[in-house]
Design a protein around this ligand. Structure first.
Ligand SMILES: Nc1nc2c(c(=O)[nH]1)N[C@H]1C(S)=C(S)[C@@H](COP(=O)(O)OP(=O)(O)OC[C@H]3O[C@@H](n4cnc5c(=O)[nH]c(N)nc54)[C@H](O)[C@@H]3O)O[C@H]1N2
Ligand SMILES: Nc1nc2c(c(=O)[nH]1)N[C@H]1C(S)=C(S)[C@@H](COP(=O)(O)OP(=O)(O)OC[C@H]3O[C@@H](n4cnc5c(=O)[nH]c(N)nc54)[C@H](O)[C@@H]3O)O[C@H]1N2
Ligand code: SF4
Ligand SMILES: [Mo]
Length: 703
């Protein structure tokens, strides 16, 4: 019998916890937290066990599948890749390059091979029809960084371990384990903040697990955070609490902001935001006068009607109070692989609105269109109509707004290929499914989340298991498709593909580490299986800014202009019920519901509603209720709870495993309903095209 312990970082969420996986005779016998990981110090969440469950899941696909009528046949890798590349090339030859679209989903960013080779594939595809989960997620934060700091990836991270005052808007890190804030064991970090006398304020329409820890929960009306932020800034200006400090030396637009915020008094915004003016005023004073403070916002503020304004104003609040680039404030990392610096050096800093989408005229961001427009791009005839699609690690039927419509659109494609480990709600529409090996069969380095971490660390792990007979990694599939397309493109593309396929992601990583600010070698990391600590975040401005002359742009015109739209909304009568989302600890977007361990217990896909709203409709806990929106309706069991703000109901996303042909035996037994059968693809943040997934108008009645 051979027994060993393998150390790696869990790749399931942004927290990158170190895990210790015990293996005997090629089988996992236990997964626990790696106490020697200098960053996560032994913390894991229940999902870590899901690494084993997904690895061993008999529904997980292991061989390429080709759809033949209503059945699937296993085919060889060469056959599958040749056919996929051939069909994509045909569609492009007949209808133009943009007739083939690519959608890349969330697991891509947790898999450096998929990330690097996804870029290569997109380049060789030469289509402008690119989509990803960014436009249902962090796009507004990236846009704010692009417009203010000159680089879409230069994202500030809240220095939670050193702050005295943590203002959280629209995030639930105790459950999500943090986002755009890699901080394993965040709950313990928040408890430490409080133990050292610090304060936690959580702005959220729901009393979440994070809000439950707060000194001050502020149950805001969905979609009104930008108004709250303007009012906080108004008080700070009116009461002369401005303290930009050394930031003033390289900040443009302080005066513009002073003028902008003047009318937005707490009294003006309080009724719309559903908060007391006194509470807003008090919060502004406390934030501005705390020794160290930081404002931070996530999904609840980015996937709403004014996401870009929120992301911007959070940065503004941090800047005018001198909290940016200072310990305990919002800081930037110096990661061992500094992709953004490398990209910045060759002029790739991101771009916005360099073109408009064909059907609805939504702006591009970073070379991608908002996924809210994908269904209509498939359905609407004309030059540039999308007729074929590649999905890579994405499940947009459950994760994009009006997912049911998107599903119908996918059914009408001429050709679709999915790179995915499951036959699910999205991939069932493909003609070919190319399943990659799962995480434990791949080596791992987090190029993205070390960049967003509250401490500089680095960690590399080799594959735990060999890829079983002939399985391929995401990068090999993407690289294989790219190489086949490249044959039709010309010598330069051919050479690039051949070279990269030869070097592989590991070779690229070795180079990226060497080129990085720490000059690390892969060998050093391999000798440190628990990861290496590279120290706390350190001030780096203005040098790290990518704007001309390294100046902070506090008042970009595009954002200023959008304030008029916000102001119009002030007078609007809010709908009787607004839907928001939630995440829960044992679930990961749409794709971990096939684990018995993670899904057993009480039904999780419930509609939460405040008792007053339930009484008014004669509804009670446990009964199935019908939820309707402009685009669709679902039925879900009701959960009456005073955790909800009156007028707001809450449903998690990622459920709805109800379709024929899906191969998810466990998930299908408790399918739940999809929140994105209610979210509306017509509703986007009009400035940047990000989907409005929170604050959706709905009606609820008994079944
Ligand atoms: N209503 C509502 N909708 C939301 C959100 C919300 O809060 N509310 N959140 C949004 C957010 S933040 C995000 S990031 C998106 C996510 O949107 P998506 O990325 O489209 O969806 P996921 O559910 O993450 O699906 C991941 C897919 O990748 C597959 N997969 C898992 N691991 C691998 C792998 O290693 N390789 C490959 N090739 N495939 C793999 C899974 O089987 C699954 O099909 O959803 C968004 N949608
Ligand atoms: N367990 C688990 N962890 C995850 C995931 C998961 O599915 N499950 N998904 C991962 C992904 S892809 C991401 S992007 C991160 C997301 O990480 P977070 O953003 O921390 O997670 P959410 O739970 O979506 O938090 C959003 C919060 O915004 C609130 N909210 C909704 N509308 C509004 C509003 O208008 N204003 C304000 N102020 N608040 C509002 C919601 O009530 C919710 O509590 O989590 C990651 N981690
Ligand atoms: S918190 Fe995230 S990274 Fe840590 S064990 Fe859970 S899923 Fe994995
Ligand atoms: Mo996300």
């Amino acid at each position: 019998m051979t027994a060993a312990t393998h150390y790696r970082a869990c790749h399931l969420c942004e927290a990158i916890c170190g895990v210790a996986i015990a293996v005997e005779d090629g089988r996992i016998t236990g997964i626990r937290g790696d106490v020697e990981d200098p960053f996560s110090k032994g913390h894991i969440c229940p999902k870590a066990l899901g690494l084993q469950d997904v690895h061993e899941d008999k529904d997980r696909l292991r061989r390429p599948l080709r759809r033949e009528g209503s059945t699937w046949r296993e085919v060889s890798w060469d056959e599958a890749l040749d056919e996929a590349a051939g069909r994509l090339a045909e569609v492009q030859a007949e209808h133009g390059r943009n007739a083939v679209a690519l959608y890349q989903g969330n697991p891509t960013v947790h898999n450096y091979g998929a990330l690097l080779f996804g870029q290569l594939f997109a380049k060789v595809l030469r289509s402008r029809s690119l989509y990803s989960a960014t436009s249902v997620d962090q796009l507004p934060h990236m846009l704010a960084s692009l417009l203010m700091f000159g680089h879409q990836l230069l994202l500030p991270v809240p220095d939670v371990d050193r702050t005295d005052f943590f203002l959280v808007l629209g995030a639930n890190p105790v459950v999500s384990n943090g986002s755009l804030m890699t901080a394993p064991g965040i709950e313990a970090r928040l408890r430490k903040l409080k133990a050292r006398g610090g304060r936690l304020v959580v702005v959220d329409p729901r009393r979440t697990e994070t809000a439950a820890l707060a000194d001050l929960p502020l149950p805001i009306r969905p979609g009104t955070d930008a108004l709250l932020l303007l009012a906080l800034l108004q008080v700070i200006h009116e009461e002369a609490l401005l303290t930009p400090g050394r930031l003033a030396d390289f900040t443009d637009g302080l005066g513009v902001i002073a003028d902008l915020v003047r009318p937005f008094t707490p009294e003006l915004v309080a009724p719309a935001a559903g908060l007391a003016a006194g509470a807003i005023r008090g919060l502004a004073r406390d934030f501005a006068t705390a020794p160290r403070a930081v404002a931070y916002g996530r999904v609840g503020v980015s996937t709403q009607a004014f996401g870009a304004l929120c992301a911007w104003l959070i940065n503004v609040l941090n800047i005018v109070t001198g909290r940016l680039d200072t310990a305990g404030g919002a800081m930037f990392t110096r990661p061992a692989v500094d992709l953004l610096a490398l990209a910045g050096r060759i002029g790739q800093r991101g771009h916005f609105d360099k073109g408009r989408s064909r059907v609805r005229g939504l702006p591009e961001f970073g070379g991608e269109w908002p996924v809210a427009t994908l269904a209509e791009e498939i359905e609407t005839p004309g030059t540039g109509q999308v007729r074929a699609l590649i999905t890579a690690a994405g499940n947009p039927v459950l994760s994009a707004p009006n997912g049911a419509r998107l599903g119908r659109a996918l059914a009408g494609l001429e050709f679709m290929v999915a790179i995915d480990i499951y036959l699910n709600e999205t991939t069932r529409h493909a003609q070919l499914i190319l399943p990659p090996s799962f995480g434990l069969e791949q080596d791992h380095y987090d190029v993205v989340f070390h960049t967003l971490a509250v401490r500089n660390t680095a960690r590399y792990a080799p594959a735990l298991f060999p890829r079983d007979g002939g399985a391929r990694a995401d990068w090999q599939i993407l690289g294989g498709l790219a190489a086949r397309l490249a044959r039709r493109r010309g010598p330069k593309a051919r050479l690039t593909c051949a070279l990269l396929n030869r070097v592989g992601p590991r070779g690229v990583l070795r180079l990226l580490l060497r080129l990085g600010p720490r000059g690390l070698s892969l060998a050093e990391l391999e000798r440190s299986p628990h990861g290496v600590d590279l120290g706390p975040l350190e001030p780096c401005l203005p040098e790290r800014l990518f704007t001309p002359e390294h100046r902070l742009r506090l008042a970009p015109q595009r954002l200023l202009d959008d304030v008029a739209r916000l102001r119009e909304g002030l007078a609007a009568v809010p709908p009787a019920l607004q839907l928001i989302g939630r995440r829960e600890l044992r679930s990961n977007n749409s794709w971990m519901h096939n684990s018995v361990r993670l899904t057993k217990g009480p039904e999780r896909c419930t509609l939460q509603m405040h008792p007053d709203d339930a009484t008014a409709r004669g509804l009670s806990t446990g009964q199935p209720v019908r939820v309707r929106s402009r685009v669709g309706e679902i039925v879900a069991p009701l959960e009456v709870t005073s955790d909800m703000r009156p007028g707001v109901v809450c449903l998690p996303h990622g459920w709805g495993h109800r379709y024929d042909g899906v191969r998810l035996g466990v998930a299908q037994q408790r399918p739940g309903a999809s929140a994105n059968d209610l979210t509306d693809d017509a509703e986007v943040d009009r400035l940047c095209g990000t989907a409005v997934l929170n604050g959706v108008t709905v009606q609820v009645s008994g079944e």
